[in-house]
Design a protein around this ligand. Structure first.
Ligand SMILES: *[C@@H]1O[C@H](CO)[C@@H](O)[C@H](O)[C@H]1NC(C)=O
Ligand SMILES: *[C@@H]1O[C@H](CO)[C@@H](O)[C@H](O)[C@H]1NC(C)=O
Ligand SMILES: *[C@@H]1O[C@H](CO)[C@@H](O)[C@H](O)[C@H]1NC(C)=O
Ligand SMILES: *[C@@H]1O[C@H](CO)[C@@H](O)[C@H](O)[C@H]1NC(C)=O
Ligand SMILES: *[C@@H]1O[C@H](CO)[C@@H](O)[C@H](O)[C@H]1NC(C)=O
Ligand SMILES: *[C@@H]1O[C@H](CO)[C@@H](O)[C@H](O)[C@H]1NC(C)=O
Length: 389
């Protein structure tokens, strides 16, 4: 019997919420205003601005670079010398980055042997007793032998077993040794792909012909799609001074932005270039500024001794950073956006309820109308549901 009553109420009854309609200009206006604001937000911001109807994908890309330019130096140490790409781009090829040497300290004809260490407050000496055989520190060029030998006519330093003569890098050449690097150019070839949409493109646009490509130099106003950049211009566009940066080196970013709306024609999907300096040049970072590293070229001299030419290279590393997002209409994100937008209308109800039930003068009257109050009392025998059997 009890189960029959339960079944009856479950199957043959339908409950629908009762709605309280408040005839009030104030509350009605608040409700409509909030709804209008939400509608404006959903259509204006979520749909049109943020393109909530689109499926999005991130870019996949590959980059190749080619630097061009030659320059001539004329110094007492090296004589007249030509520097071409094979000399100043180190290593010859790298992934998404290219290093251009702008300044260098060359120490030619180094061989393993005994020679005086560079003078500083630890290595300067007057007699053998101040030099410790076998001593080596992080700043040493070699291992001390325990002798004190003349460095030049006025001072003596501890002797070391090292690649001799030791490199003297106290004086960085200024202006930079390869200051003409300002006029070198870099060709950046970038292929991108949006896998979700099977959309691919490259930064040498179809409208660019080979005559144009041979002569153009990127300029944000006149040639914004030319993929050939003058190094000086890259550094300038980032608000830096090339000649200053060339002395101690640095790191630059060449950013390629491929944000595309693929609902429009493919020709509207174009790269946008921007530049920034990545290493910090602030006064807070003046300790060990710039970017440098050492490398050596080894050879055997006429007597068969192993010798090397040591280079301490200062230069600018250009990191090519590709980023971007593409969007295209898709039914699933559209439905999700519509669903969440509709759900937002619930906010209007919540807000109006707060106003009506807590803020208005007639709040007690409205509360009485809205809620049906039920007291918690002991159930009498005749009120007990389904136990009359
Ligand atoms: C190199 O410099 C020397 C002296 O500084 C000068 O006599 C010579 O003409 C220069 N050579 C070139 C090719 O500039
Ligand atoms: C280096 O060695 C070569 C041959 O041994 C010599 O001709 C040249 O002058 C040396 N250079 C320096 C800077 O010592
Ligand atoms: C010897 O070397 C020291 C340190 O590099 C330098 O200050 C000094 O002027 C040099 N003396 C001569 C005579 O070259
Ligand atoms: C770079 O080229 C321009 C024009 O061709 C020239 O005026 C400038 O002096 C060159 N820069 C350097 C550092 O030689
Ligand atoms: C991707 O696009 C290329 C041409 O743009 C086409 O040849 C290829 O079949 C497409 N692949 C897929 C999976 O649609
Ligand atoms: C190449 O393009 C330039 C402008 O972008 C145009 O002036 C020139 O005539 C074109 N040359 C050829 C051979 O199509």
């Amino acid at each position: 019997m009890a189960s029959y009553e339960l079944l009856k109420s479950f199957v043959f009854e339908y409950g629908t919420p009762r709605v309280v309609l408040i005839r009030s200009r104030k509350v009605g206006l608040i409700n409509r205003t909030v709804q209008l604001l939400i509608l404006a937000y959903v259509i204006g911001w979520v749909f049109l601005r943020e393109k909530g109807y689109q499926e999005t994908d991130s870019v996949v890309s590959s980059v190749t670079t080619k630097v061009k330019g030659v320059t001539l130096t004329n110094t007492s140490a090296l004589g007249i010398r030509i520097w071409d790409v094979a000399d100043y781009v180190i290593p010859p090829q790298e992934e998404n980055t290219v290093f251009v040497m702008t300044n260098v300290i060359v120490t030619p004809n180094q061989t393993q042997g005994y020679c005086p260490e560079l003078p500083d407050d630890k290595t300067e000496c007057t007699e053998n007793i101040s030099c410790v055989p076998g001593y080596v520190s992080t700043h040493s060029s070699g291992i001390q032998t325990g002798k004190c030998v003349p460095y030049n006519s006025s001072i003596s330093t501890c002797q070391v077993f090292a690649w001799c003569p030791v490199e003297d890098d106290h004086q960085i050449p200024k202006p930079a040794f390869l200051r003409e690097a300002e006029n070198f150019t870099i060709l950046v070839k970038n292929n991108i792909w949006y896998p979700k949409f099977n959309f691919s493109k490259r930064n040498i646009l179809p409208t660019i012909n080979s005559t144009y490509l041979k002569n153009c130099i990127y300029d944000s106003h006149t040639d914004p799609f030319c993929p050939i950049f003058r190094l000086g211009k890259i550094v300038e566009a980032a608000g830096q001074n090339f000649q200053e940066m060339a002395v101690e080196g640095g790191v630059m970013a060449l950013q390629i932005n491929w944000n595309c709306d693929l609902d429009r024609a493919a020709s509207h999907c174009v790269p946008r270039y921007s530049f920034r300096r990545l290493d910090n040049k602030d006064s807070a970072h003046t300790v060990s500024p710039g970017y440098n590293f050492r490398f050596a070229k080894y050879y055997k001299d006429s007597s068969g001794t192993e010798s090397r030419t040591l280079f301490k290279a200062y230069g600018i590393r250009f990191d090519i950073i590709v980023f971007g997002k593409a969007g295209k209409f898709d039914i699933i994100p559209t439905m999700i956006t519509i669903g969440s937008g509709t759900a937002l209308f619930g906010v209007a109800t919540v807000l109006c309820d707060i106003v009506v039930l807590y803020c208005m003068k007639k709040k007690y009257y409205y509360r009485e109308k809205k809620y049906k109050y039920v007291e918690d009392c002991e159930l009498g025998a005749n009120e007990t549901y389904g136990t009359n059997s």
